[in-house]
Design a binder for this molecule. Structure first.
Ligand SMILES: [Zn+2]
Length: 66
């Protein structure tokens, strides 16, 4: 599986993925840098993955939760 490019972005409630997904549609879920879903734990770095296209986002506003 190709390693996805991680996009840095300021996430907010109305954030829209490049595939058109939004938090109230398929949504975004916490993941690690490899795109594996994780629980939001202290070791989690704040990455989110689009549940529709698997794009990984690294929020520049850490601590943001959908
Ligand atoms: Zn997407």
């Amino acid at each position: 599986m190709d390693k996805k490019k991680i996009i840095k972005v300021a996430l907010k409630d109305d954030f829209k993925c490049e595939c058109g997904n939004q938090s109230h549609l398929d949504g975004f879920y916490p993941c690690n840098e490899d795109g594996e879903y994780v629980e939001p734990s202290p070791s989690w770095k704040g990455h989110y993955k689009c549940d529709s296209c698997d794009q990984i986002y690294a929020p520049t506003n850490l601590g943001f939760l959908f």
